[in-house]
Design a protein around this ligand. Structure first.
Ligand code: ADE
Ligand code: ZN
Length: 340
């Protein structure tokens, strides 16, 4: 008997390509780490902190998100945070995770690059052993800071070059166009790193063009503003440049007033390689399967969309081809069994 749609969404093997590991810090863990590390928080309780999660735009979220990350001091903290994420991801049938981290948020507080990367890398190794999840790290530059600081951050990370597969660009978008980071992305590409960039979350389609033409981004994170530019839509479809879309994030940051108005179905129906991801699940009310289930319920997308999204996520990932083939065959088997 065929599964119902929510069961199919849960069962599909999927890749998560847009999750900020600092955005997986649940309020309970923020308080536990604050106690463990003797850090004082400007909130009296978990409940009070959760109540502050009422965002009006990207910046109103980022202010709280950076404050939450202040409890991370030791290698074990980074490892514990990432292991908690992987446990949730495994329950959602995530077979591949490409995880963003923001080293500048931590090095600015005196935490060493080694502490950050070693803790996160340790968790990636354990995720494979414990849950069979294939996981890699993507180092993000904070775009509200200067390109010189991004270049220094890349240099500081090079002793651990083998522990991350790419670089990304995140934080406050409007006023910080991709062109600001042309040199550091060129350097990253010369080092053989993959390159991705947040663009068109709140910013205009012009930022997506810049991410493609100047940074040579292989994927666009968010990219939902592309619908306002037909020529850009055609290019994204023709070149199959993936968009890592995060519906609950877009809802909570008021990019769309209602999930029913999210443009994910339009992106898919225009032939784009769109994917579903969680962005900062501890802050936006749901992990990857919650994003799938709530978006499908709101938009009326079909089983065909579900299978397409799972396939897109595998296609868009930077995993080795052998692993991708294996996961695509798993999706085929799920459909053939009739359970799809
Ligand atoms: N950092 C964490 N989440 C982000 C988002 N949604 N946009 C930009 N930077 C971020
Ligand atoms: Zn993001």
């Amino acid at each position: 008997m065929a599964r119902d749609l929510p069961a199919l969404l849960a069962a599909l093997p999927k890749a998560e390509l847009h999750v900020h590991i600092e955005g997986t810090l649940e309020p309970e863990m923020i308080f536990a780490l604050a106690r463990r590390n003797g850090v004082s928080l400007p909130y009296a309780s978990v409940e009070e902190l959760r109540k502050a999660y009422a965002f009006t735009d990207l910046q109103s979220f980022l202010d709280i998100y950076y404050a939450g990350a202040s409890v991370l001091l030791k290698e074990q903290d980074f490892q514990d945070m990432a292991m908690a994420y992987f446990e949730r991801a495994a329950a959602d049938n995530v077979v591949r995770a490409e995880i963003f981290f923001d080293p500048q948020t931590h090095t600015a507080r005196g935490v060493s690059m080694e502490t950050v990367i070693s803790g996160l890398h340790g968790a990636c190794v354990q995720a494979r052993q414990r849950w069979g999840i294939s996981a890699d790290l993507i180092l993000c530059f904070l775009r509200h800071l200067s390109e010189e600081e991004a270049l220094a951050t890349l240099d500081a990370a090079l002793p651990w070059r083998q522990h991350f597969i790419g670089v990304g660009l995140d934080s406050s978008e409007v006023g910080h166009p991709p062109v600001k980071f042309a040199r550091v992305f060129e350097r990253a590409r010369a080092l053989g790193l993959h390159v991705v960039a947040h663009a068109g979350e709140e910013g205009p389609p012009e930022y997506i063009w810049q991410a493609l033409d100047i940074l040579k981004a292989e994927r666009i994170d968010h990219g939902v503003q592309a619908v306002n530019d037909p020529a850009l839509m055609q290019r994204l479809a023709k070149e199959r440049i993936p968009l890592t879309v995060c519906p609950l994030s877009n809802l909570k940051l008021c990019v769309f007033p209602d999930l029913r108005e999210h443009n994910l179905p339009a992106l898919l129906d225009a032939g784009l390689c769109a994917t579903i991801n969680s962005d900062d699940p501890a802050y936006f009310g749901g992990y990857i399967n919650d994003n799938f289930v709530q978006t499908f319920a709101a938009t009326g997308m079909t089983r065909e969309h579900a299978v397409q999204l799972a396939r897109n996520s595998i296609e868009a990932s930077f995993a080795p081809d052998a692993e991708k083939d294996l996961w695509l065959r798993k999706i085929d088997r799920l459909i053939e069994e009739g359970s799809g």
